[in-house]
Design a protein around this ligand. Structure first.
Ligand SMILES: [Zn+2]
Length: 255
């Protein structure tokens, strides 16, 4: 612990104000995560700062999940999502950013969006593959330096999936999905029209459908074009919840 805090004490105090959460426990968890990511396996250049800060942010959330449960974990993700939404309104730089000076990279792109990218990678490949990716990445780069494409290569090798599109859209392009969602809910049918108002992203969008008898179901919509129309017949629909399990980094635009 002290090694990490010692060699990064300026960062330590700075991050308390960046992350803005005020608590000492999440700051400690963040610094302990840096024992693995940031100190032992660090980024090749500041453009890839999220490999330290996004990892420390997300691993703090995972610690929160273990200690305080799923709801507390999702609350943190929701708060961080709001911080990213606010940040990207005023900033159209990608997370991997070689143009901004170092101090300007201590921002919600490197921290909160970087953390969210790991969360979405985890949802893309599943828990056990995600853990294997992190272990392999750490094993391969501890004591040395990696960049974002190195992490991508590890993730692709371990998962057996092509993830270039994922890394490109979330890390090498600015912004997040800006969704206009028209809801047309009948008693026995749900119709949604999802329009991406900004740059097109590809992502699974989960919806929760609540029924009048108190039961519920979840469906996943693959959004891969600028506009998608989705409908499903379900008896006795009461309401629809978008992204019920906090899996997607997006903002919803109201008409
Ligand atoms: Zn940090």
């Amino acid at each position: 612990i002290f090694g990490g805090m010692e060699n990064a004490s300026a960062i330590f105090y700075f991050e308390n104000s960046v992350t803005g959460k005020g608590g000492i426990e999440d700051l400690l968890a963040h610094e302990i995560a840096h024992q693995w990511f940031g100190d032992m396996a660090s980024e090749k250049s500041f453009a890839h700062l999220w490999l330290s800060e996004g990892f420390a942010t997300y691993f703090t959330n995972i610690y929160w999940h273990h200690k305080f449960g799923k709801e507390a974990f999702q609350k943190r993700l929701q708060k961080e999502r709001v911080e990213v939404i606010e940040f990207v309104k005023k900033n159209d730089r990608p997370v991997v950013d070689s143009l901004s000076p170092y101090m300007d990279l201590l921002n919600a792109n490197s921290y909160q969006k970087g953390g969210w990218v790991l969360h979405m990678l985890r949802n893309e490949v599943g828990d056990s593959i995600f853990h294997k990716i992190i272990q392999t990445y750490y094993g391969q780069y501890k004591g040395s330096n990696a960049d974002t494409r190195d992490l991508q290569r590890v993730a692709e090798k371990v998962s057996g999936k092509n993830l270039k599109w994922f890394f490109d859209q979330w890390l090498y392009r600015p912004g997040i999905p800006q969704l206009l969602i028209d809801r047309d809910i009948d008693k026995d049918e749900v119709k949604l029209r999802i329009t991406q108002k900004g740059v097109k992203f590809d992502f699974p969008l989960e919806i929760g459908i609540l029924r009048t008898d108190g039961s519920s179901l979840k469906e996943t919509i693959l959004v891969n074009s600028q506009m998608i129309e989705y409908k499903i017949k379900v008896p006795d629909v009461k309401s629809v919840i978008i992204d019920p399990d906090t899996k997607l980094l997006y903002s919803e635009i109201k008409k």
